[in-house]
Design a protein around this ligand. Structure first.
Ligand code: CP
Length: 306
């Protein structure tokens, strides 16, 4: 039985197959409409979510399966003190596969070690968000026609932004990658990503503070929101929250074929006037999230459609 806890749980070859399957699902949705007839997905979300939970649910429904679950810790027996380990043992009796989001780093790993069904990490604290990474990889592959030989700028809250940590981990496995890490000093990428991931693999990168300086040379700009829920005090959040705002004027300095990605939700970091720019693909990215989660459910359940 396979789980997805970290983007590196799949080899590059397995990821290639998954992305190809997602592409086929996009082009031939009817072929997959009954692939999960009789199967159930549990969504156990201890933290708020719109895209991840609902795209998982849409994915399972598109495959002919059913969904059950909870959307906050308060509406589950976690509010009475039940552990993740006990909860997943019970969920294993009710569902065939489970997607779990939890504010604590490592919660999905704990769940997987007590589960008899595949567990998918739908975000664990500031740690990893592997299905967002699959979404990002599919978006890049579909729109840039390649993974590799890309200069990617990550901008915003690189300290707490788990989507950034997961995507860097995944992208370094492709050749010719280069990163520009754009953040204020206080929100720099964590040391373990810099040292254990980037330095350890000799990946070229630079850290800068000004978005304007980085923009002209990028193939992809990955914007992130400042993660209010991970700050210890509100004053720091308020000081940092509007540090970067991508607007029409700044976009003039960006290459014509640069893509703007954002895992969403967006707060202020991308002005709504940018939404109509053809380079702004973040809503398309959210749609790719359904196809890739359909492919993931099929893969983890070992279901093949001819
Ligand atoms: N991108 C993402 O994880 O969005 P949600 O928090 O809405 O699931």
């Amino acid at each position: 039985m396979k789980h997805l806890l970290n983007p590196l749980d799949f080899t590059v070859e397995e990821l290639d197959s998954l992305l190809k399957l997602a592409g086929d699902i996009k082009d031939n949705p009817q072929k997959y409409a009954h692939a999960c007839d009789g199967k159930k997905l549990a969504t156990c979300f201890y933290e708020p979510s719109t895209r991840t939970r609902l795209s998982f649910e849409a994915a399972m429904l598109n495959l002919g399966g059913s969904v059950l679950g909870f959307s906050s810790a308060d509406s589950s027996s976690a509010a009475k003190g039940e552990s993740v380990a006990d909860t997943i043992r019970v969920i294993s009796c009710y569902a065939d596969i489970c997607a779990i989001r939890h504010p604590k780093e490592g919660a999905a790993l704990v769940a997987s070690s007590h589960s008899t069904i595949p567990v998918i990490n739908a975000g664990d604290g500031g740690h990893q968000h592997p299905t967002q990474t699959l979404t990002d990889l599919l978006t890049i592959y579909s729109l840039k026609k390649r993974l590799g030989n890309l200069k990617v700028g990550f901008c915003g809250d690189l300290k707490f932004g788990r989507t950034v940590h997961s995507l860097i981990n995944a992208l370094i496995r492709y050749p010719g990658m280069e990163f520009v890490l754009i953040s204020p000093e206080e929100l720099r990428i964590p040391g373990y990503i810099r040292e254990d991931v980037l330095d350890a693999h000799n990946i070229p990168y630079k850290e800068v503070e000004r978005l304007e300086d980085a923009l002209p040379s990028l193939d992809i700009l990955y914007m992130t929101r400042v993660q209010r829920e991970r700050f210890f005090n509100e004053e720091d959040y308020i000081r940092m929250k509007d540090y970067y705002i991508l607007d029409k004027e700044k976009m003039q300095a960006a290459p014509k074929d640069m893509l703007v990605l954002h895992p969403l939700p967006r707060v202020n970091e991308i002005s709504v006037e940018v939404d109509s720019d053809p380079r702004a693909v973040y809503f398309e990215q959210a749609q790719y999230g359904v196809y890739v989660r359909m492919a993931l459910i099929l893969t983890l359940l070992g279901i093949h459609v001819d």
